[in-house]
Design a protein around this ligand. Structure first.
Ligand SMILES: [Zn+2]
Length: 271
């Protein structure tokens, strides 16, 4: 079975804010149209290593992407390369490190910011390179890619929560309000995406500590939410999920043949 998938990675969104500040997402759970799972992110709890983990299923110690300054292409098969090999369309509105991992490295803003190239794993890309790039613009970028190119797999990756955490700390009104702003943005787009029968995953790479940073093993750095929405999921919130299973889960939803770790217990008709 083949579905279209949207993955929203809200950068730096820890479990507590993801659970407490997202009233629309929680309303979808209460209505039986979504489930919320707690993920314990792989280590170190840093962005680039965990983009690689989410998008390839490989933890940092195995991928070699163990800090943010590893500027090179991924050596793993990714959701983008698997989809492209199967003839599917891919798109991403994301931070430029995603372009560096899967398209071209290092990032050249003039060449790569707006990417249209069917030979690259991310065929349609709208990348940004300032951490304060506004989340509402980023969601518009993602929705524009969706409408214009009808991708089978679309990554939407806003940075506003992480940016607020670095400036004001994980236990700040600014951080929590950035999470609330993402909930509102999701409530703007998600109903239409679900009407069109997209399967939607909303999660994060890592959380944020009170010292305005992340990287270690504190619960506020390591625990992140995973919301699952769409007709292929059974919305059983008791199912445990690992961050390393997201790539395989998405590959299965896309109908791809793959050898990635997966989690069939999350799906309807798991047989
Ligand atoms: Zn960060």
């Amino acid at each position: 079975m083949r579905s279209k998938v949207i993955l929203v990675v809200v950068d730096g969104l820890g479990w507590q804010a993801g659970q407490d500040c997202m009233g629309y997402m929680q309303a979808m759970c209460e209505a039986g149209q979504a489930s919320l799972h707690q993920l314990r992110c792989e280590l170190p709890s840093l962005s680039r290593p965990l983009y690689e983990c989410i998008l390839t299923g490989t933890p940092p110690v195995d991928s070699g992407v163990v800090h943010n300054d590893v500027v090179r292409l991924s050596s793993q098969s990714s959701i983008f390369s698997l989809a492209q090999a199967a003839g599917l369309r891919t798109a991403a509105a994301a931070y430029h490190w995603v372009s560096e991992l899967y398209n071209r490295s290092p990032y050249d803003a003039v060449r790569d910011r707006l990417t249209e190239d069917d030979t690259l794993p991310i065929q349609h890309g709208l990348f940004y390179h300032q951490d304060h790039y506004p989340d509402d613009h980023l969601y518009i970028d993602g929705e524009l890619l969706r409408r214009r190119h009808d991708p089978d797999f679309l990554l939407i990756h806003p940075m506003g929560v992480d940016d607020a955490g670095h400036r004001f700390g994980g236990d700040s009104m600014h951080y929590r309000n950035a999470a609330r702003a993402n909930d509102k943005l999701l409530s703007h787009y998600l109903p239409h995406w679900l009407e069109l029968d997209y399967q939607v995953l909303v999660t994060s790479d890592h959380g944020m500590n009170a010292d305005h940073s992340h990287g270690g093993v504190l619960p506020e750095e390591r625990l992140v939410p995973l919301y699952l929405l769409g007709s292929r999921f059974n919305h059983d919130s008791t199912t445990r999920v690992k961050q390393t299973q997201l790539c395989g889960l998405i590959a299965t939803l896309l109908g791809l043949t793959h050898t990635k770790a997966d989690n069939p217990a999350l799906l309807q008709n798991k047989g």
